[in-house]
Every structure is written in structure tokens, then in C-alpha cells.
Design a protein around this ligand. Structure first.
Ligand code: SAM
Length: 228
């Protein structure tokens, strides 16, 4: 694992405390520990340097949200996490990542919101998270202020990943961090949509890569206006 050599203003990399790590590991979700530690380090760096909200696309059951919330708590800011809670394509019945435990039997659709709320309550982090239930591009369109970190882990189709990138990166403050999950340069390892937005961010000239940990990429937004 490669932790960022320095956070936006040179803040040392941080690791989650034992309780946060235990809560992360106990939560339903897909992120391995090394990627979680890298996400936490990025979140801590951004939160400490900028004291702006940390924004996540793709809450699911709160596994990664725990890390953003703990980093936000330490820095005196807040994590905002966005999800419609109906699951991504690959989480629907019959697909590889489906979990029947998160289907609402009354409506017959996935609903990860109750599990997410239980996860956050058990971790003692409810006061440090604002959960937004809705489609990411619609939330981004009405979002009104700068954020210190954008973590993209929502829908993994080109349509969704592109909309997340285009919707949220304009809200990212200069010096803030763009973190993208499930970046697989080799198509044999996974879908290419997150990789394509990662390449697009680098090609725009607006971002510098800080770290690579498994499929997690941490980029820093440089000053000036974004294009591309
Ligand atoms: C891979 S999971 C997120 C995993 C989570 N970050 C973790 O570490 O456990 C993707 C989530 O994105 C949500 N999602 C997919 N497309 C979305 C969209 N357009 N707007 C909001 N949420 C979306 C799904 O409902 C799903 O819960």
C-alpha cells in the first residue's frame, strides 16, 4: 500500500484508530482494508487542510462512510454520503454482488438504508454524517458549496461514473482530493468506467496523482478552473 507522501498541505498521513478499523471491518461492503486505510489517510489530509465537507458517492451499507466520518470527526467537519439505496447494476438479484439480506420484502427492491443506519449507529458516528438519499447527478446539480474530497464509488457503468465525475468535480476545492474506487487498468480485472474517469481526470491537467492502493486512486485537484 502507498499512502500519500503528503496530504494537501503536508499533513502527515494518518491511520484509523482501532475502533474505527473494527467498525469498518464489521460493516457489509466490498472495500479491502488496505484501500480503506488509504481512503482514511486521504480523508484525514483533506479534512485537516481544508475543513470542508467530505463527499462520497455510493454509501451502500456504510463501510467506507465509517472512514470518512471518522476523518471528518477528527478534523471538525462532516462527511456527506449520497446513494439512492436501490443498489447498482451488479448488486441486483441474479448478479455477482447481490445480497438478499438487503432487499425490502414489502416493496421487493433493494434498500440498503436501514443497514447503513445500523452500521453508523454501531460505530458511534451518526453525528458526523449527512446521508442524502437520491441520485448522484441530481444531488450534485443542486449542491451549493465546495467540498474538500470527492470519493466516487457509485454506479460503475460509463453513464454513472461519467455523471459522478462531471457532477461533483466542479464542487471540489483547489487542493482537494478526488478519490476513485475500482480503477482497473486491465479489463480482465474489472469494468473500465472508473478507469476511464481516472484517465480523464489526469488528462484534464487539473489533477495530480498522489497514491495508488489496490484499485483506489487518490488525485489532488490543482488550482485554477477545471476543463475536460
Ligand atoms: C459499490 S457500492 C458502494 C460501496 C461503498 N462505498 C462501500 O465501501 O461499501 C455502489 C453504491 O452506489 C449506489 N449508486 C449507484 N448508482 C447511483 C447513482 N446514480 N446515484 C446514487 N447512488 C448510486 C448503489 O445504490 C450502491 O449502494
Amino acid at each position: 500500500m502507498t499512502l500519500p507522501a503528503s496530504a494537501p498541505t503536508g499533513t502527515p498521513a494518518a491511520t484509523p484508530d482501532a475502533a474505527t478499523l473494527a467498525a469498518f471491518q464489521a460493516a457489509k461492503g466490498f472495500m479491502p482494508v488496505d484501500e480503506g486505510v488509504a481512503l482514511y489517510a486521504a480523508a484525514t489530509g483533506a479534512a485537516t487542510a481544508l475543513r470542508l465537507p467530505l463527499l462520497e458517492v455510493g454509501t451502500y451499507c456504510g463501510r467506507s462512510t465509517i472512514l470518512l466520518a471518522a476523518a471528518a470527526r477528527a478534523a471538525g467537519t462532516v462527511a456527506v454520503t449520497v446513494d439512492h439505496h436501490r443498489g447498482s447494476e451488479e448488486q441486483q438479484p441474479g448478479w455477482e454482488y447481490h445480497d438478499p439480506e438487503v432487499v425490502d420484502p414489502e416493496v421487493g427492491l433493494m434498500d440498503t438504508l436501514p443497514t447503513f443506519r445500523r452500521t453508523l449507529h454501531a460505530a458511534g458516528l451518526e453525528d458526523h454524517v449527512i446521508a442524502v438519499v437520491g441520485r448522484s447527478p441530481r444531488v450534485a446539480a443542486v449542491w451549493g458549496g465546495p467540498v474538500g474530497l470527492v470519493f466516487i464509488d457509485g454506479g460503475h457503468t460509463d453513464e454513472h461514473a461519467t455523471a459522478d465525475y462531471e457532477g461533483w468535480t466542479p464542487h471540489l476545492a483547489p487542493g482537494g482530493l478526488l478519490v476513485i474506487h475500482d480503477v482497473f487498468p486491465d479489463p480482465a480485472d474489472g469494468g473500465q468506467a472508473p478507469y476511464r474517469i481516472y484517465r480523464r481526470a489526469l488528462a484534464s491537467g487539473a489533477f495530480t496523482e498522489l497514491s495508488v492502493t489496490g484499485s483506489l486512486r487518490v488525485l489532488r485537484r490543482e488550482g485554477g478552473r477545471m476543463s475536460g
